[in-house]
Design a protein around this ligand. Structure first.
Ligand code: SAM
Ligand code: SF4
Length: 333
């Protein structure tokens, strides 16, 4: 049972932890190619600080932890972090969202350390497009990373795809066919206004309905019942058992069932991807006037506070919506 229940009755079970804001790609919907506004090293939570937060959070009912970023596999002690999370008194389920560039090297060690699941981002099956979308010629490394994850038993690998108008919006059926052939579990995510360059436009966004129509031209999609707090609307493909997911974050928000909190790499708690405010945990973790027990108590108090302050929804569809100042890469996707 989670003790982190907000004023709308939503119990929080899931913590998204950003391990770094740095990344080895520059996906245009996430980070501008010349981005340089990095979090200074001393502001990043140390692994000990992170583990203290996770110990408190799991004690309050957080039972799922997703490691993300930026690119979480750039964190030098990522394998050790997974092992330490598994050794917590109430170990949560651990997953990682990654661009897979380092997965060929790390899938086995991560699995041995207790990682259960991995989500990989891949938006195109064309090497030149990949290069244009990410500013790096690393398409083959992603495929090698996915294969290594499957070979290591991190299966089924979930693959996340964002479609952008005029860039890769013709690739939904091909991505699904590749997923069916390779045993990936594919999910399309509507592009959200979280790019540091502020380029997102609702008028050009590829919507969930459009993706559904594109896929339906070639496949029979039947809704999978019981979505729970999962963000994706899942569909059986041609009767199943394979499924495809569509995450309609913008056009059909799932805030009413949201059970997530987020911790940025510099120790700021967020109760929503689109929150305008953050609550500083780092300041409590580094307060030398507090004893270790008092630090724990303060972290707990702040976790409860950020949950209490959670709004009913992200408000993307409100006329006065203002996007958060940090890009997705710094918030942690
Ligand atoms: N670097 C890792 C990766 O790409 O998987 C983890 C971090 S990334 C921010 C997490 C997820 O957020 C990725 O699946 C990415 O496609 C998605 N994402 C980033 N910016 C987005 C945006 N503006 N709209 C929708 N999804 C976005
Ligand atoms: Fe990096 Fe992931 Fe953002 Fe792409 S989506 S720039 S891989 S953090």
């Amino acid at each position: 049972m989670s003790e982190l229940v907000d004023t709308f009755g939503r119990a929080h079970h899931d913590l998204r932890v950003s391990l770094t804001d740095r990344c080895s790609l520059r996906c245009t919907y996430c980070m501008p190619a010349d981005f340089a506004d990095w979090i200074p090293g001393p502001e990043l939570l140390t692994t000990d600080e992170l583990m203290l937060v996770l110990e408190v959070a799991t004690g309050l009912g957080i039972d799922g932890v997703r490691l993300t970023g930026g690119e979480p596999l750039l964190r030098p002690d990522i394998v050790e972090i997974v092992r330490m999370i598994n050794d917590l008194p109430s170990p949560p389920k651990i997953s990682v969202t990654t661009n897979a560039l380092k997965l060929a090297q790390l899938a086995g060690p991560l699995r041995d350390a207790g990682l259960e699941r991995v989500n990989v981002s891949l938006d195109t099956l064309d090497r030149d497009r990949f290069k244009a979308m990410t500013f790096r010629d690393r398409f083959n490394d992603v495929l090698a990373g996915i294969a290594a994850a499957q070979a290591a038993g991190l299966a089924p690998v979930k693959v996340n795809s964002v479609l952008m108008r005029g860039v890769n919006d013709d690739e939904a059926p091909a991505l699904l066919q590749r997923a069916l052939d390779q045993g990936w579990r594919l999910r399309f995510i509507e592009q959200m206004p979280l790019d540091a360059g502020g380029q997102w436009l609702r008028s050009t966004m590829v919507s969930a309905d459009e993706i559904f129509e594109q896929l339906s031209a070639l496949y029979t999609l039947t809704p999978v019942p019981s979505r729970g707090s999962a963000p994706a609307e899942e569909f059986y493909v041609d009767g199943g058992p394979a499924t495809v997911g569509i995450i309609a974050s913008v056009t059909r928000p799932f805030c009413a069932a949201c059970d997530r909190l987020r911790l940025t790499a510099d120790g700021q708690l967020r109760n929503c991807l689109f929150a305008r405010d953050e609550l500083d945990l780092r300041i409590a973790l580094r307060d030398e006037s507090l004893s270790p027990d008092q630090v724990r108590a303060e972290v707990e108090r702040r976790l409860r506070l950020v949950v209490k302050d959670k709004l009913p929804g992200h408000g993307i569809n409100d006329l006065n919506f203002i996007a958060p100042t940090r890009p997705m890469s710094a918030i942690g996707g």
